[in-house]
Design a protein. Structure first.
Length: 304
């Protein structure tokens, strides 16, 4: 079994680049795959590997400046959910594009999973899903508002256009693991919203701790690894991934005429040109050849 650890932590890294290479080397040595993002504001990512390897990496991260109280969420899989290892430098560990947002200063009220149902069923509470539209499409909480955003960068503009809808309402927000809500709640507080709440540990913690018989969650939760989706008890869901657009699809969607492995699905077929599709076919061919040769992809990347 592979152990999967999803983590994030906001802290000040004066020199993220100095952290990058040692972290990559440790992950490679411990046979860890997945993705870790480093920025001046902290660390974010999901990794998978043998139990001992995950423990070693978590211990290393906890020893970094300001990370002693790091929290993470764990699940397991009988197959490696990542094809490669990436350790990236970025401007933000979750990109909102709002330079004044600082989760280290203040955030909304944390709500434990066991108390979430009572909160969101209150008539004076508006529940907002802060994830992207393709994530919301396969599962969300009952009566949650879907901003229909393509990326987290779109959330501030959506709020500005829709804030009149939430006059005299308490705002409860949620996301996959909690990191987006650290920023979105800080943003709303900065906009003058007084009562802001967010689900502690995100959907993943809720699905792990709240029994299905008591759950107000509907559908599956999209995850950013080869499991694609998980349900109650963090059991792997039925979804697969369209490797052209990275959106989740069901096995039955592969029978639709628009589907071609690595090239298109019914959601993206009309979004790409014939030249794009030809390029995707060549990419898929090269990936298959590399996999047949048993090549492992390890990347150390700087992204602005």
């Amino acid at each position: 079994m592979y152990t999967i650890a999803a983590l994030y932590h906001f802290t000040r890294f004066d020199d993220p680049a100095a952290i990058q290479a040692p972290l990559l080397a440790l992950c490679e040595r411990e046979k860890i795959s997945g993705s870790l993002l480093l920025a001046h504001e902290g660390i974010n990512g999901t990794i998978a590997g043998p139990r001992a390897g995950i423990d070693a990496v978590l211990a290393h991260i906890r020893a970094l400046p300001g990370c002693a109280d790091l929290e993470w969420k764990e699940s397991t899989s009988d197959h490696q959910p990542f094809r490669r290892l990436k350790v990236r430098l970025k401007k933000e560990i979750v990109t909102m594009g709002q330079p004044d947002v600082d989760p280290k200063a203040r955030v909304g009220h944390y709500v434990d999973p066991q108390d979430w149902n009572e909160l969101i069923q209150s008539p004076d509470v508006a529940v907002i899903d802060t994830r992207n539209d393709y994530e919301v499409a396969i599962g969300t909480f009952q009566n949650a508002i879907d901003p229909k955003t393509d990326s987290f960068r779109d959330f501030p503009a959506w709020w500005e256009a829709n804030k009149h809808r939430f006059h005299n309402k308490r705002i409860a927000m949620f996301c996959t693991g909690g990191i987006r809500c650290e920023k979105s709640t800080n943003y709303l507080l900065g906009q003058g919203v007084e009562d802001v709440y967010h689900l502690k540990g995100g959907i993943l913690k809720y699905l792990e701790e709240v029994p299905e018989t008591e759950s107000t969650w509907q559908g599956e939760c999209f995850v950013f690894d080869n499991r694609v989706s998980v349900g109650h008890g963090l059991k792997e869901g039925p979804h697969e991934l369209c490797f052209a657009c990275r959106r989740p699809i069901l096995p039955s969607d592969k029978d639709r005429p628009e589907y071609e492995h690595g090239v298109s699905c019914h959601q993206c077929f009309a979004e790409t040109s014939d030249d794009d599709k030809a390029r995707f076919r060549e990419r898929q061919k090269q990936m298959a050849l590399a996999e047949a040769r048993g090549e492992k992809h390890i990347r150390i990347v700087h992204e602005d």
